[in-house]
Design a protein around this ligand. Sequence first.
Ligand code: IVH
Length: 676
Amino acid sequence: MSSKKVAAPTPAVRTAELRRLIEHHNYRYYVLDDPELADAAYDVLYDELKALEDEHPELVTPDSPTQRVGAPPAEGFRKVAHLSPMGSLDKVTTAEALAKWAEDVRKRLGTDEPVAYVIEPKIDGSAVSLVYERGAYVRGATRGDGLRGEDVTGNLRTLEAVPLRMRVPDGEAPPDVLEVRGEVYFPLDGFSRFNEAQVAAGRAPAPNPRNAAAGSLRQLNPAVTAERPLAIYVYGVGVRGDSGPATQWETLAWLRERGFRTNPHTQRLESIEEVAEACAAWEARRGTLDYEIDGIVIKVDSFSQQERLGSLHERPRFARAYKWAPTAAVTRLRKIHVRVGRTGVLNPLAELQPVQVGGVTVSSATLHNEDDITRKEIREGDLVVVQRAGDVIPQVVGPAGEHEPGSKRWRMPKRCPLCRTQIVKPVGEVMHRCPNRACPSRGLETLYHWVGSAMDIESVGGNTVKKLWDEGLVRSLPDLYTLTPEQLATLEGYAEISAARAYESIQHSKEQPFSRVLFGLNIPKVGWVIARSLAQHFGTLEALGSATQAQLEEVEGVGPDRAELIAEWFADEENRALVEELGELGLQMTAGEAERPAEGALTGRQYVITGTLESFRREEAKAALEALGAKVSESVSGKTSGVVVGESPGSKLQKARKLGVPVLSEDDLRELLRAR
Ligand code: IVH
């Protein structure tokens, strides 16, 4: 055996190699939906790259996979002109209209030459354009009015399926400019979780996934967009050079090869009859997808035929959107029920006389909140219009006619339907809440939240939680930890081994970090992000529990309202007893190593960075300050220790001056970092 050592690659070589590997695995995962690596192995590569880049900031490149959330928050969105207009599609709603269009296409082409079609699901999301210059992602924009959209480059780069660098096949040079178009959407499973979180935080839920997608793209802070589970399918190229594919079908394959995610449900069909059949089949199948579609897009496949057909007012003659007849129905609204969620939020629900809407039986629908019901003028007993507008989630649109004689405007009950406690509606919120922390529904919902989300107790599912509740074995969080394997084994569907497994995983959850415990406690307006910040800031339950409102407000993201709710929660005797008991049972009440921010010469100081820095990337400056224990936040307040100002600073500089906060130049920043 040779004892000669292979020289370790230099950091520059290794970072380049890691980037290539990570991009390859991203492509396998997000585009081909065929991962080769386990998530944990992928994380190892990613963490190694991150560590190398932290150590050698000069090696960070804008297209590095670590830079997806790197863009600083915007103050507003710049308008950008599209390289070519983003048009829209004329629609057809019947097989006859489809056949008529095909006939028109045939006539215009003037011959009996064959016409092939490509069909693509028409996803109901938000259309975007992605621009690549010599293979590098340089700009992303919304459709806007079709001519000009909003620059959402930083937000779109947070989507893993948006390649930061195109893949280029061997021997090929990347095009000087390429504009790719696609649809960004909010997957349905993520959508329901998102809305639950909205409601729990006292915010109005998004009416549909399209709205949620558009809203997520228009966040000023890309870090917020990054937290949303947005996805994208691309469907075409804006500006086409002379070279490249000659058909839509080949374009989709071409895009996929170059690293873009295309919809696997596209088809190439050779006759309009097959197209009609496929559209009809999709109407029945649309509910099986993880996203909403509002129709099928049909395109003439050949680009030369497309060009000969041309467009009229930015509406191509070579394509149509086949939309199903609106999926609405009229039915009786039997009753409006109120469900109490885990944070005490009251959700009105419509109980409907069961009715078929677009092939699905609908018997209930969410009504969001009291204001929504008032605005739509919906009353119990009314005949109402129920709609699945290209979507899967049913909505009550409004009354179908006159109100029933003697009907009354619906009001949120004054008392909680479960515990009779008087309900409240905090100022500025749209949702009503039951303030009783011992409310039975909240207890069960809190358990679901604790087991399913916060503590992630894998071997205990929702059904088990419900059974434990119904049997009276678990009525509070501490009860969970005093359960014995024998008690678990008495549950229907459990045997000795499964009971032992469930017991183990419950006990194991005691190791979950403090931030998760905080998240699990259902403190009003404390979601995952705030829970982490609180854990980091205070370090122990004791410090957090005795913090004043003013001290709570020092935490990033905690304003006066939230601070008040948190302080109130900890002031409550029952809550104090609860956390004490959980602590005695062995749950983590102190922040672990990973949750603690670095300690250093700047501990306790807070900085804001604004404008473009010349010799630092903003992320580097932030990391350098944080490494010395400082916090870097987005907004200037009286608590800010200094505002670092680069080229073309925005309103933050004015605010700093107004508040008398010290203004630091880039040189001052260097000095500050060096002096420590
Ligand atoms: S092609 C000239 N293909 O539908 C416009 N559009 O009304 C060509 N959409 O704004 C658009 N999926 O938001 C095309 N596979 C697809 C699509 C699609 C969804 C949306 C897109 C566009 C609207 C057109």
